[in-house]
Design a protein around this ligand. Structure first.
Ligand SMILES: [Fe+2]
Length: 365
């Protein structure tokens, strides 16, 4: 069985991300797990050198520290792309669910949901259970952080114990990152030596450790998360030679993973950006008013109303305080819209900003 598999770990030094190339030698069918945009050319070159046909580009989750190469790889090789159905996007060709098989030639990867670092994290287990690709759920002697992107320490503890530690001890663990130069571990080794999760650590002890990490936010989160929801292509281009720091809007991702923009940007947004207010009619015409040229689509009617809209057209969503517009943004991303943002703080913040401006403009007496 092993002879039929070609396996190449690859590394991106800037983000310390591992990308894994697996291929069925007999048919040449290949898979890339967690490809990095800046390394797309390297990966395509390797596929060409080895005469492999890329069938799948897979992400273990919506990454916050690098931009995915899934979009570029699909464009260049015609491969299919996939993410978890819980990743909060409708962009990939296939939305994966627990237990599903990703087949390449005569081999396959089994999908296991391992949420906790993000709500849409999955691990891929090789068909003979000799290897597991854990993304940022289980790292070597560590694990992914749980303080943003719907992270949940208790859930991560359960995911690792039920889905990864349940594999054979000899199963090799290939993580999404390593910052200390380590390449591989095993399930048995992590069960014994992982300082956060191994050696009989309880869920309570784990949650305590995770709640006291106080980590800085990843440098690229504001660019990476929105880009990765639609394959890594920001601003409509997907060329690895081009910088990815010019998304179509100055998006900042909220702690719960919602792409947001400042009200100041919405108020002077280019005409090409559709402004959609998801409040009720009485609020739209109420004391907080509404943004000029915004159209009213109450939240409950969003899925029906937007169904026929162009999935590439940019949309900014507005509500009273940013809650409902955030929900609408996530709904639309799941429906396959690629450029959707929520206005941070809603009309309440617009009014606050306006009254501050008035106060500053008032001449002193
Ligand atoms: Fe991550």
């Amino acid at each position: 069985m092993t002879q039929s598999l070609l396996f190449r770990p690859l590394f991106d030094p800037e983000s310390s991300t591992y990308t894994y190339l697996l291929a069925d030698r007999a048919s040449g069918a290949a898979v890339l797990i967690d490809p990095v945009l800046e390394q797309a050319q390297r990966d395509i070159g390797l596929l060409e050198d080895l005469g492999l046909k890329l069938e799948w580009a897979l992400d273990t989750h919506v990454h916050a520290d690098h931009v995915t190469a899934m979009g570029v790889l699909r464009e260049r090789t015609g491969c299919k792309t996939a993410l978890s159905e819980r990743a909060g996007t409708g962009w990939p060709d296939v939305l994966l669910r627990h237990g599903q098989r990703v087949e390449f030639g005569g081999r396959y990867l089994e999908v296991r949901e391992t949420p906790g670092h993000t709500s849409g994290c999955i691990s891929f287990v090789l068909d003979d259970q000799s290897k597991v690709f854990t993304g940022d759920a289980l790292l070597i002697r560590g694990c992914g952080r749980t303080d943003f992107q719907q992270g949940d320490a208790s859930q991560l503890f359960q995911s690792i114990h039920e889905q990864i530690f349940a594999l054979p001890d000899a199963c090799e663990v290939y993580p999404g990152h390593d910052y200390k130069g380590r390449l591989v571990s095993s399930v048995g080794e992590e069960k014994r030596f992982n300082p956060r999760l191994g050696g009989g650590k309880t869920q309570e002890q784990f949650v305590e450790i995770m709640n006291n990490l106080h980590l800085a936010h990843p440098k690229k989160i504001a660019v990476a998360v929105p880009a990765n929801l639609y394959g890594g292509a920001t601003g409509g281009h997907a060329d690895p030679e081009l910088p990815v720091s010019d998304p179509w809007a100055p998006i900042e991702v909220s702690l719960s993973g919602i792409p947001e923009v400042a009200p100041e940007w919405v108020l002077s947004a280019p005409a090409a950006i559709r402004l959609v207010d998801v409040r009720e009619p009485n609020e739209f015409d109420g004391p907080l008013g509404h943004v000029a040229r915004s159209e009213l689509v109450p939240l409950a009617t969003v899925p029906d109303v937007v169904r026929g809209w162009d999935r590439d057209a940019p949309v900014a969503l507005i509500c009273r305080s940013g809650g409902r517009s955030g929900k609408a943004a996530m709904q639309m991303l799941k429906m396959g819209f690629r450029r959707v943002v929520s206005m941070r703080g809603g009309m309440t913040l617009v009014q606050e900003l306006a009254s501050k401006r008035d106060a500053q403009a008032r001449p002193s007496l």
